[in-house]
Design a protein around this ligand. Structure first.
Ligand code: C2O
Length: 460
């Protein structure tokens, strides 16, 4: 047997043992040194018709909350060791499918692109693609370390908004030196509020709408809210789709996003994943641990246990306590005026007075995506009285090139609390004002990104 440069003797022995109990053929291949040989010859040409199904899932692990762990906890130690190994592999061979650089590049390829067919943000593939991306890494790590119980930690920022300490430290492969925030920093409470996402009744509102080429793409509330906020707030590579996959914090953040998907479904009351075959039968591709391209069907990504993991709990708490609600200081930029002619006031009144179920969303229609991170707090201003109502955050991650398929096509939705809204709308001109959020090391542009209009819609 050729010895594998990055597998210790102990690992090889363990690989044999795990293979023998049937946890996956990928391990056996690894132990025989195949991936190294394949990578050295370069990648096979893409033939999507011949993608292998996702390789057998190896092992099972309970994903734990990041701030409940320390630098010495098993999953943290293994994560650190594996990322270190993966980085070393990439140094030896940048195309190594088990290397960190390839894993990072995979995120850039599907998230930092303006090619419609590749881009997985701004719509209904956001949640399943990122789930598959995390499973892919978890599987690679289990195989690399031969630790079938390893599970990626998730950072439940609703419980503890402090960046996990074990992501810092010179010589720590989990440290990304580009982060604008420092060790011990905490995310502002209103950035983390999950209420708007969890109150959504349809997947369209929660997870994003069906993507149709050439049509408006609607980003889900979870993606537009806490997801984008944590990326932008962290800064550095996390604040761009291009760089984010290089920061090991990414997995902790997305681990929680993935958990919120489970929380949303568990609330019931009709909340459900899309039943559309265009979603269920859509396939993503990844590099499997053996270096082969693997097809992953969205419909096969819906049961986390079958993917080899479960969450420690599905609890969450609202972070927008009364003292966390931002106040309006009179500054800011008018983003738009709500077109009352297009607003269904009667339905908004029904919601306000509890006669109907649903929610109101404020939509920024057909935006152009910015080339700088963009983060504002939105207020509704009653021009007659000057009264301001805090709506929520409005955050976008930049995309490097705007000159193709995504220009002027993305709509974001921000939930508007219905209390008092009908009266406010009836009182006259309502302006939407955005106040740039001061973030470490950056100046957030004051002007809104170009968009086609601001509207209010009611989700039944
Ligand atoms: Cu593809 Cu949080 O990013």
């Amino acid at each position: 047997m050729t010895s594998h440069p990055f597998m210790s003797r102990r690992s090889l022995i363990a690989a044999g043992a795990i293979g023998a109990i049937g946890l996956g053929s990928g391990l056996a291949a690894l132990a025989q040194g195949q991936p190294a040989a394949k990578a050295a010859r370069g990648l096979p040409p893409i033939d999507p018709g011949r993608l292998a199904p996702m390789s057998e899932i190896v092992g099972f692990g309970g994903r734990k909350e990041a701030n409940s762990l320390t630098a010495d906890s098993d999953d943290v130690r293994m994560y650190r060791e594996a990322v270190g190994w993966m980085k070393a592999r990439s140094e030896a061979n940048p195309l190594d499918p088990m290397g960190w650089a390839q894993h990072w590049a995979h995120h850039s390829m599907f998230c930092a692109t303006n090619t419609f067919g590749y881009q997985v943000h701004y719509g209904w593939f956001f949640l399943p693609w990122h789930r598959a991306y995390l499973v892919n890494l978890e599987q690679k790590i289990r195989r690399l370390l031969n630790e079938p119980a390893f599970a990626l930690p998730y950072w439940d920022w609703t419980r503890n908004p402090r960046l996990p300490d074990w992501l810092w430290g010179a010589d720590n492969p989990l440290w990304d030196t580009t982060r604008a925030q420092e060790q011990g920093d905490m995310v502002p409470a209103d950035f983390l509020e999950l209420g708007p996402a969890l109150r959504a009744l349809t997947f369209d509102h929660f997870g994003g709408r069906k993507r149709v080429p050439g049509e408006n793409q609607v980003e889900g509330t979870l993606e537009q809210g806490a997801h984008n906020n944590v990326h932008n707030w962290t800064g550095g590579e996390m604040a761009s789709f291009d760089g984010a996959g290089n920061d090991p914090l990414f997995q902790c953040h997305h681990g929680n996003i993935d958990r919120v998907w489970e929380i949303w479904l568990a609330q019931g009351e009709g909340r459900a994943n899309p039943a559309d075959p265009d979603w269920l039968d859509h396939r993503f591709w990844f590099f499997g641990p053996g270096g082969d391209r693997e097809a992953v069907r969205v419909g096969d990504l819906l049961d986390t246990r079958s993917l080899g993991y479960a969450f420690a709990d599905l609890e969450w708490r609202s972070t927008l306590t009364s003292k966390a609600i931002p106040t309006f200081d009179g500054k800011g930029t008018t983003f738009g005026t709500i077109d009352l002619g297009k607003t269904d006031l009667a339905r908004i009144r029904d919601l306000t007075e509890g006669r109907a179920r649903g929610r109101v969303s404020l939509n920024y229609e057909r935006m152009s995506l910015p080339i700088q991170p963009f983060q504002h707090r939105l207020f509704l201003i009653d021009d007659a009285s000057g009264a301001a109502t805090y709506v929520g955050t409005f955050t976008i991650l930049p995309i490097p090139d705007l000159r193709s398929g995504l220009e002027r096509s993305v709509t974001t939705q921000v939930e508007v609390p219905p209390a008092g809204l009908a009266a406010l709308l009836e009182a006259g001109r309502v302006r939407v004002v955005g106040v740039p959020v001061p973030l470490k090391g950056r100046k957030i542009p004051e002007q809104p990104v170009p968009f086609a209009g601001v509207s209010l819609t009611v989700e039944a």
